[in-house]
Write a protein that binds this ligand. Structure first.
Ligand code: VGL
Ligand code: ZN
Length: 257
């Protein structure tokens, strides 16, 4: 069955090809790639990651993602899109619209960008106050023009309810309502979910968390994800690993799918 080269050694390339073929026949994995929030505002707009504490460049995720889209035969591809109404609760400049108190007992004149507050309930809702970003129909909310958009890909909108933020592409932050993402995956009998995009420690991390909680074998693609803060990224990684999520690079994914 195996080719031998001129020294009589077995050609493991051929072996590995056959082995992967049979594994696929037996296990029949159905794979989905979820590309989280690769939108202008997170790359060169109001919430550009390069100006966040970790100083990472959101731009860097585009080429590994485009490479995977051409080279890896995912069965299903999903683009999630952060899509906020103008009066969204997460915008710092909307902070006078709803009563809240600071999470810390700190006393100050006004709250700053990136402060964490608790909005009065019910239910009480913890929220980081972000700069205005990804407003519905705005340029900042568009997927980055260099990202390859597959015609067969699904686009899932999140954060559309003005009263609650939605970091995950599955659930809102209070876990009260779901997007259509889980239904799409179930309809295609997906077994294995690969997650990448922006931001690692926020929307990518929570999407991977909920994916594994839903029972999908879940892999986060490390080199195709960039984040807000180094501490946040490291904590998110530890939490994901504890929940059984695999952390891999895009060149490894080519051998997994
Ligand atoms: C995100 C902050 C606010 C993200 C979305 O996509 O990671 N971060 N909204
Ligand atoms: Zn947002």
């Amino acid at each position: 069955v195996f080719d031998e080269d001129k020294d009589g050694k077995i050609n493991f390339g051929e072996f590995s090809k056959l082995w992967k073929y049979w594994l696929k026949q037996i296990l029949k994995p159905v794979t989905a790639l979820i590309i989280v929030d690769v939108q202008n505002d997170f790359i060169n707009g109001s919430l550009a990651l390069k100006h966040c504490p970790a100083g990472q460049d959101g731009d860097c995720v585009i080429s590994p993602i485009n490479n995977m889209l051409t080279e890896v035969p995912f069965d299903v591809v999903i683009y999630s899109i952060d899509w906020h109404p103008s009066n969204h609760i997460s915008f710092h400049d909307n902070r006078t619209l709803r009563p809240f108190h600071l999470e810390s007992q700190e006393c100050k004149e006004d709250v700053d960008l990136f402060d964490t507050v608790i909005f009065d309930g019910p239910p009480q809702t913890k929220q980081v106050l972000w700069p205005r970003h990804c407003v519905q129909e705005s340029h900042g909310a568009q997927l980055h023009p260099d990202l390859k958009i597959l015609e067969k890909g699904y686009q899932v909108y999140k954060g559309t309810n003005p009263e609650i933020d939605s970091y995950s592409a599955f659930w809102d932050n209070n876990k009260l309502s779901q997007t259509e993402l889980c239904d799409i995956l179930v309809k295609h009998s997906v077994t294995d979910v690969y997650v990448c995009g922006l931001a690692y420690d926020i929307c990518v991390g929570y999407t991977a968390t909920h994916s594994t909680e839903h029972g999908f074998r879940t892999t986060l693609i490390d080199n195709a994800s960039k984040g807000v803060s180094m501490d946040g990224i490291n904590q998110m990684k530890q939490s994901l690993i504890k929940k059984g999520v695999v952390i891999a690079d895009s060149y490894q994914v080519k051998d997994m799918v």
